[in-house]
Design a protein around this ligand. Structure first.
Ligand SMILES: Cc1cc2nc3c(=O)[nH]c(=O)nc-3n(C[C@H](O)[C@H](O)[C@H](O)COP(=O)(O)OP(=O)(O)OC[C@H]3O[C@@H](n4cnc5c(N)ncnc54)[C@H](O)[C@@H]3O)c2cc1C
Length: 617
């Protein structure tokens, strides 16, 4: 179990690590406190606001990054039982201090030259001919000036703005600068294939990129890259995350076929729900099993025992829908009465080998992450890959977020709120996590593949999986954030029931079910709504601990820095890689910023204002 010993190791590590910010140290403590100390608050009759103090202390002490402060924050945490009154005042201060329009605070850890660079880059991005032809101009520059000179210019400008460095060691200054404002890094190896038509027309602010499948050896090589990324997180930003794309670890065509197969299984299972009311009775199940399969006599009794362990007369629909894996389908279709779409989607023996290889690669990376206490974000991709990605990720979560092995989730799945089916999927996955005793953790994004999704749906003559309007996507995003905080609060609330009847063991188990949420978004309104919800509906700190906020490096700094300064778990998505390899990523960043949104122009004004303030006064 990672828990006590492991988390106390984390605490020791952060308090003695010179690179660690006070925030980093207290975050470990706070994380520890949410899952371990939390029940104790109740036992001693002290409420959660105690924890807010560590956040406000962080907010009030971020000017200094020395280890004395880290130690102080640890000690304060330990003595927080005695200081709750003062601390809730401080917490109020911290809340009101969160101001996304305050350039002085937001940019205080950025040097003036780096602000001037940001201003120049964003201004350059507003010249359409430059941005629209960026790839051609770079190719021309390679021909006329040579690669070394071109790379040097790119490195001093766009690369400096949007990337952390070429190697993990290069990332240290960027991470140290972020740490000074209480921000940690999400490391992402950003080598990618050149943007194609599809990604060029996709919406802005996406770290999303395309890995072109070459062969299985290339996928093995990607395993080494992701493992190195995990180790870099541990070395450079131990309270951060590593990001991973599953399409880099297996042939995307295989993932697409597996997704089709999973969808067909799901449709078959839905057919068992004769009344379409979401409930499958044992009688329905028996009837339909006979209808579809020839092996009812031998298989049905065992299956029912497993799917209705309490003899309730109802089938556990979630268990049933998650039970069948693509690997089981060839065996399953052998017993179907009539072959149909499921038989067509069944994997071939070669598919099964490739599938096992992709799973092995993913497991290798996750094992390294688990062993190094590094958290892993699995990116969401196109809907034609997503069922396979979800399937792989839930298996990983079951193994590495197992609450008997760790008090904090190691694996986070990503959910895209531009999809209509996201709330339903999340609620099923949360229930599945509760039943299987693992921590649920989600990164919530709006989604980066809208144009491609809509085009594909239109080509196939099916309804688009994307919401009809951007407002629907916003509502889905904000509603899902609240749903997840409620889920966290409710799991926690089992803990804060009747003090007289507290059973510590049960409380620990219940607290460990609480989910964690990362908001991957540049949308200020969503962030403000989330914070307001946490502070007003969710017992404040208990949920601050489980809430994470992330933006891309070099973009919407006013949000990330204010969040970090305000004591929230704030992160920058920090891409790294050789200049030549990350060019497509840089070109996309430039193209996105050419399309000045309201938020971006506000940020540009803030940068300008802060430069003026520093230079002219
Ligand atoms: C840290 C981080 C991690 C990310 N990880 C992923 C990932 O794993 N997978 C992924 O797909 N994306 C990812 N993204 C990108 C993300 O999905 C969005 O594309 C991007 O962040 C812009 O959304 P926003 O929340 O910042 O808000 P906004 O800029 O307010 O909203 C723009 C988004 O709204 C949606 N939208 C726009 N127009 C419409 C419309 N007409 N109808 C319906 N919806 C519409 C689109 O999703 C669009 O991207 C990530 C972003 C960040 C910052």
């Amino acid at each position: 179990m990672i828990p006590f010993s492991r988390l106390s190791k984390l605490v020791v590590r952060t308090t003695t690590n010179k690179n660690a910010s006070p925030l980093a140290a207290s975050r470990s403590i706070t994380t520890l406190s949410s899952s371990l100390y939390h029940p104790r608050y109740r036992i001693f009759g002290i409420n959660h606001n105690n924890n807010n103090n560590s956040n406000s202390n962080r907010a009030n002490s971020t000017n200094s990054t020395n280890s004395t402060n880290s130690t102080n924050s640890v000690m304060r945490q330990n003595s927080s039982f005695a200081t709750s009154a003062i601390d809730s005042d401080e917490s109020e201060k911290s809340k009101s201090a969160l101001n996304f329009s305050d350039g002085e605070t937001s940019f205080k850890s950025k040097s003036t030259p780096s602000l001037i660079l940001s201003y120049s880059i964003f201004t350059l991005c507003t010249f359409p001919p430059l941005v629209q032809n960026a790839d051609r101009l770079i190719a021309l520059s390679y021909r006329l000036l040579g690669q070394t000179l071109t790379d040097t210019v790119v490195k001093a400008t766009f690369f400096q703005q949007f990337c952390g460095g070429e190697t993990p060691d290069d990332l240290r200054p960027t991470i140290q600068m972020l740490n000074q404002s209480g921000i940690n890094g999400i490391l992402d190896y950003a080598a990618e294939n050149a943007p194609d038509e599809e990604t060029e027309t996709d919406p802005p602010n996406q770290p999303a990129r395309t890995f072109m499948y070459q062969n299985e050896e290339q996928c093995d090589h990607h395993v080494d890259i992701f493992k190195a990324c995990v180790k870099a997180v541990k070395d450079v930003t131990p309270n951060g995350f590593a990001a991973l794309k599953i399409t880099a670890l297996g042939d995307p065509i295989l993932l697409e076929r597996m997704s089709k197969c999973i969808n067909e299984c799901y449709k078959l299972m839905k057919e068992f729900d004769t009344n379409n009311n979401g409930i499958v009775t044992v009688a329905d199940f028996e009837l339909n099993y006979h209808k579809f399969f020839v092996d009812a006599k031998t298989r049905l009794p065992g299956l029912i025992k497993r799917l209705d362990p309490t003899n309730s007369g109802q089938i556990d629909y979630i268990e049933w829908s998650k039970m069948v894996q693509p690997e089981d389908v060839p065996r399953l279709v052998k017993s179907v009465r009539e072959s149909g779409r499921l038989s067509d989607a069944a994997p071939t023996p070669e598919d099964l080998v490739a599938l096992a290889n992709a799973k092995r690669r993913l497991d290798e990376v996750a094992q390294v992450a688990f062993d190094n206490e590094v958290r892993l974000l699995i990116d969401a991709e196109q809907t034609w890959f997503q069922p396979a990605i979800d399937n792989f990720t839930l298996e990983l979560m079951k193994k590495y977020n197992d609450k008997t092995k760790t008090d904090v989730p190691i694996i986070f799945n990503t959910y895209q709120c531009y999809l209509r089916n996201t709330p339903g999927r999340i609620s099923k996955d949360i229930k599945f996590s509760h039943r299987n005793g693992f921590h649920f953790a989600a990164k919530l994004v709006r989604g980066a593949y809208m144009t491609a999704e809509r085009a594909r749906a239109e080509d196939s003559g099916v309804k688009s999986p994307i919401h009809d309007t951007i407002q629907d996507t916003h509502d889905c995003y904000n509603g899902t954030v609240q749903y997840l905080f409620d889920a966290r609060k409710n799991a926690g609330n089992i803990v804060v029931g009747d003090e007289d009847k507290i059973d510590k063991n049960n409380n620990d188990a219940a607290a460990a079910h609480a989910c964690e949420v990362m908001l991957g978004s540049h949308n200020q309104e969503s962030i403000e709504k989330a914070i307001e919800y946490i502070e007003t509906h969710c017992d404040g700190d208990g949920n601050r601990v489980g809430a994470h906020f992330a933006q891309l490096l070099g973009m919407r700094d006013n949000l990330t820095f204010a969040l970090g300064e305000g004591g929230y778990n704030a992160y920058k998505y920090v891409p790294y890689g050789l200049v030549g390899e990350v060019l497509p990523y840089l070109i996309r960043r430039a193209q996105e910023n050419s399309n000045m949104t309201e938020g971006m122009s506000e940020e540009l004004d803030m940068i300008k204002g802060e430069i003026k303030r520093r230079l002219i006064g």
